[in-house]
Design a protein around this ligand. Structure first.
Ligand code: SOE
Length: 388
């Protein structure tokens, strides 16, 4: 979209002002294709303060007001999990393009319904699988896609955090009404699942999962909300916990490849240790989020460290020169840019989805079917298929 030789920036609004919402504000601006015209949050005072801090002029405690505003092109949904589907559905029906945080929905059925709504809306809709935005994740996908590893045998790894390691740590993700039946798997296991499939090009068809709740009681603040990674202060009450602190999961791929992952938010000393290895018949390849600018590629007799160079930046993204570390915030920017470009260019949503220009709601729904299968498997003590 151009006006008088300049690109018309898409007008975006971000709903949700907790941990991730402000990073969406930043990433939208850094795509060069969008401007943030408004934010919405559940608490008027907190939202006003965030708007001031982020330099966003308009704010509201009523998300519906932004969804209904025809001058807004794109709505970002960065709210607790339980509200993703209703907000996304309302935004799509109102004619907005949507970016939805993961996990897309509270269960597979709701996720599938939302995919259908998106399909008939004629709007672009994506789920924020941020880790796909890392240059070396895209490079890993290209290496595997070029057949350099040979037939894939094993895909395995971990996603370990420690911000919920103490019974006094709290966040809405622990509350099943806001977060859902699954916690660690829904919150970060979905990233592992999506990135494993994105890099390996393989599809997980079944899981055997064992979920663990090490702290059956936690202290919940009696007032106010606590953002992810923030400490708790003020009075608390003791509540019983049903969702998992950690999960060990065996995975089986449609091709016959096998894998496993350990997902945990209570692994002391690990902040965001997301690691993935793909082993093929002739090479194996490994990526680790905390050293995101390198890949290790091994043969039987040598290990090569592949580093990010100029070629890995997304098209049009003003990425930093190699050697100037890029990380999570840049990955979100690089994930959003093709989405905003597709809207600006008037690309049909179906074509953008078919070319995997961005992670689609169908990709988001697949990850929810993974979560459902993990819960089923752990409950019933058996292998569970994603498409049961
Ligand atoms: C908290 O576990 C969290 O912020 C997740 O919600 C994000 O998706 C992940 O990228 C980092 O950790």
């Amino acid at each position: 979209m151009t006006t008088g030789g300049t690109v018309r920036r898409l007008r975006a609004a971000v709903i949700g002002t907790g941990f991730v919402g402000p990073f969406h504000v930043d990433a939208i601006r850094r795509t060069g294709l969008g401007e943030v015209v408004a934010i919405a949050g559940s608490d008027a005072g907190r939202t006003a303060a965030k708007a001031a801090a982020l330099g966003v002029e308009r704010w509201t405690a009523d998300a519906a007001e932004l969804i209904a505003d025809p001058s807004i092109d794109v709505i970002h949904i960065c709210t607790p999990n339980a509200t993703h589907v209703s907000l996304a559905e309302a935004a799509l029906r109102a004619g907005r393009h949507v970016v939805v945080e993961k996990p897309l929905a509270m269960d597979g059925e709701a996720a599938d319904r939302l995919v259908d709504v998106a399909g008939i809306s004629g709007r672009h809709a994506m789920v924020a699988f941020t880790y796909r935005g890392y240059p070396m994740v895209r490079r890993a996908r290209a290496v595997v896609g070029a057949g350099e590893l040979g037939a894939i045998r094993l895909v395995h790894g971990v996603y370990l955090q420690d911000w919920l390691a103490e019974p006094t740590d709290w966040n809405w993700r622990i509350d099943p009404v806001a977060g859902g039946a699954s916690r660690a798997v829904a919150d970060i296991g979905t990233h592992w699942f999506d990135t494993a499939e994105f890099i390996s090009g393989e599809r997980i068809e079944a899981v055997l999962a064992d979920l663990a709740t090490f702290m059956p009681l936690r202290s919940r603040p009696t007032a106010g909300s606590v953002e992810a990674f923030a400490g708790v202060s003020g009075p608390t009450e003791s509540v019983e916990i049903a969702s998992e602190d950690a999960a060990t999961i065996l995975v089986r791929f449609a091709s016959g490849a096998r894998g496993a992952c350990v997902i945990s938010q209570v692994s002391v000393g690990h902040k965001n240790a997301f690691e993935l290895e793909v082993g093929g018949a002739s090479r194996s390849l490994a990526w680790a989020q905390e050293s995101p600018e390198r890949l290790s590629v091994r043969t039987r007799d040598e290990e090569t460290i592949v580093v990010r160079d100029r070629g890995e930046a997304g098209p049009g993204v003003p990425s930093l020169p190699a050697g100037h570390p890029e990380g999570w915030a840049e990955a979100l920017r690089d994930l959003l840019r093709p989405f905003y470009a597709a809207i600006s260019d008037g690309a049909p949503p179906a074509a953008a989805v078919a070319s995997a220009a961005y992670p689609s709601l169908a990709d988001g729904a697949r990850a929810i079917h993974f979560v459902d299968a993990v819960l089923r498997s752990s409950r019933e003590g058996r292998w569970a298929a994603l498409d049961e």
